[in-house]
Each structure stands twice: as structure tokens, then as C-alpha cells.
Design a protein around this ligand. Structure first.
Ligand code: GDP
Length: 285
């Protein structure tokens, strides 16, 4: 087994309890998933707990993902009656994109408030997602820190605050950290390669081999270009391919170091872009 994921039942129970408390305070849930693994980074419990709340799926790290598959995933989430957008959270992205995406879902709420002669209050949202998916980056983008705090409100747990994104949108200040799916070795490998699992809990050569095998099958050219490989090289058993790449990048026989390099290359799009989940992964569950 390559990866042991350290989430204990106590942690999960606490995360669920916190999320259940918060869900009643918001109009909509922003669930962040990694565009490179939109299925593997979906939390299994969130849909159940927040079943009757509108959902916006924010596919982060679009810049690192396979654009064709990103479009398929967006269509899939839309087909589930949810809103969905894909973003490069570090690029051109802001509150307007979010508001445009959620507008159709919250139209009823706005119309009801207007019909009652009420001034529509800002939409309240909570952002949730597995570690490293980009929650802080997204929140920082949406909220202008200094002027952001709206202050405590009744019903909000002590220490929690609403942050103002603009006049139409407020976010609960602490993003919810979720555990990923981990019952499945393949999903664990995908999470490790994208960085959703701490590097210290798996062997880098296992993950590099997993990545190489996936790239040989799906993105062979990217590998060939980066590591100066021929088509025949790609037919080698994956362990031999790792050794060859180790030599080609001048690391002699230090395949541990080479493995770390390969993982970093994949995560930073030096080899890529890539996406590890396809819509078939849902059918296979
Ligand atoms: P959190 O643990 O969910 O709060 O994740 P962070 O916001 O700390 O982001 C984790 C890492 O991913 C950081 O190094 C971010 O710079 C990076 N990151 C977040 N969003 C994006 C994105 O859309 N594109 C790219 N390329 N990197 C991102």
C-alpha cells in the first residue's frame, strides 16, 4: 500500500459537526475540487449533509488541468443542477465570476425578497474542500482582507465571522477542511500526485511510478518532451522507465530524488497539463 491517509474518526466527526452547524447559516455551499481530480477530491459526506442547499463547484487549478476534461466535468456538475466554474485562483479571477456563476441558482431567493419589498441581503456562503485544494487562495482573492470583516452576528459560533466579498456576497471566514475519499488505493494515489495528501505519508517512488504509468497511457508526448524519451522508451516497464529518466536528468541512480523531481514537474505543469479523473470514474463507483 503506497499511501496511508491519516484522518481519524474523531477528526471526521468533528469536521462533520462543524459543517452541519455552519450549513444552516449559509445560502450556498462553495465546494472546491481540484480540476485535475474533480471526483477524487469531492468529499463523500458533503452532498449528503448539504443536500437541500444550492451548490457551486469551484474547480481550482484549471491552469494545471486538461482543458478538454475540465469542460466535461463542468457539464457534468451543471447536469446535476449545480453551478460550476473552473478557475486559476492565482490568475484572473474574482467576485464577479462567482456571482455570475451562482446567479441562476439564487434567482428565486432574490425574487422572493424583492416581491416582499425587502432589500436583498448579501448572499452568504461557506467554502469547503480537501487540504491544499486552494481554499485560502480563493478566499483571499474574493475578500479584501482589511475591510473584509463584517463582524459577529447572532447564530455564528464564537470566533467565526463573515467576510465581505462585495455588497452581494459574504463568506464565512474559516474555510471547512474536509478529508478526501480514502477507501480506494487508486484515489489515494491520485490525491498524492496532486498534493492533497501530505508528502510525508507516502513513498515518492510509488507516486512517481503511478504518475509515469498514467502519463504513458494518457499524455505520452509530454513525457517524451520533458525527459528526452523515444516512443520505444515508453514501452519499457515503468520501473525501468523511472531508471532511464533518472539517468536522463543527470541523477545517476538516485531514483528517490528523481521521483521527487518527477512529481514536482507534474504538479507544476513542466510535464502536463493533466487530469486524472474522467466521468467514467463516477460510473465505476
Ligand atoms: P488550502 O489548503 O485549500 O487553503 O490551499 P491553498 O490556498 O493554500 O493552496 C495550496 C497551493 O495551491 C498553494 O501553493 C497555492 O498557491 C496553489 N494554488 C491554489 N489555487 C491554484 C490555482 O488555481 N492554480 C495554481 N496553479 N495553483 C493554485
Amino acid at each position: 500500500m503506497a499511501v496511508t491517509i491519516q484522518w481519524f474518526p474523531g477528526h471526521m466527526a468533528k469536521a462533520i459537526r462543524e459543517f452541519e452547524e455552519n450549513i444552516s447559516l449559509v445560502d450556498i455551499v462553495f465546494e472546491l475540487v481540484d480540476a485535475r481530480a474533480p471526483y477524487s477530491t469531492l468529499n463523500p459526506e458533503i452532498a449528503r449533509i448539504s443536500a437541500n442547499k444550492p451548490h457551486l463547484y469551484i474547480l481550482t487549478k484549471r491552469d494545471l488541468a486538461d482543458e478538454k476534461l475540465t469542460r466535461q466535468w463542468l457539464n457534468y456538475f451543471h447536469s446535476q443542477n449545480s453551478a460550476a466554474i473552473a478557475v486559476d485562483a492565482k490568475g484572473k479571477f474574482g467576485v464577479k465570476d462567482i456571482l455570475t456563476a451562482i446567479n441562476p441558482l439564487l434567482k428565486d431567493k432574490l425574487e422572493r425578497e424583492l416581491a416582499k419589498g425587502m432589500k436583498p441581503r448579501p448572499i452568504r456562503a461557506i467554502a469547503v474542500g480537501v487540504p491544499n485544494v486552494g481554499k485560502s487562495t480563493v478566499l483571499n482573492r474574493l475578500v479584501k482582507r482589511r475591510a473584509a470583516q463584517v463582524g459577529n452576528r447572532p447564530g455564528v459560533t464564537k470566533g467565526q465571522q463573515w467576510l465581505k466579498a462585495d455588497n452581494h456576497l459574504e463568506l464565512l471566514d474559516t474555510p471547512g477542511i474536509l478529508w478526501p475519499k480514502f477507501q480506494d488505493q487508486l484515489i489515494a494515489d491520485k490525491l498524492a500526485l496532486t498534493g492533497a495528501i501530505k508528502d510525508s505519508v507516502y513513498h515518492s517512488d510509488d507516486i512517481a511510478l503511478f504518475g509515469l504509468e498514467y502519463f504513458v497511457a494518457h499524455y505520452p508526448q509530454a513525457l517524451q518532451e520533458r525527459y528526452k524519451l523515444t516512443e520505444e522508451d515508453l514501452e519499457l516497464p515503468t520501473a525501468d522507465l523511472l531508471l532511464l529518466i533518472t539517468k536522463n536528468i543527470g541523477m545517476r541512480d538516485d531514483y528517490e530524488r528523481a521521483s521527487n523531481r518527477i512529481i514536482l514537474d507534474m504538479r507544476s505543469k513542466k510535464v502536463g497539463p493533466f487530469t486524472l479523473d474522467t466521468l467514467e470514474d463516477i460510473d465505476n463507483e
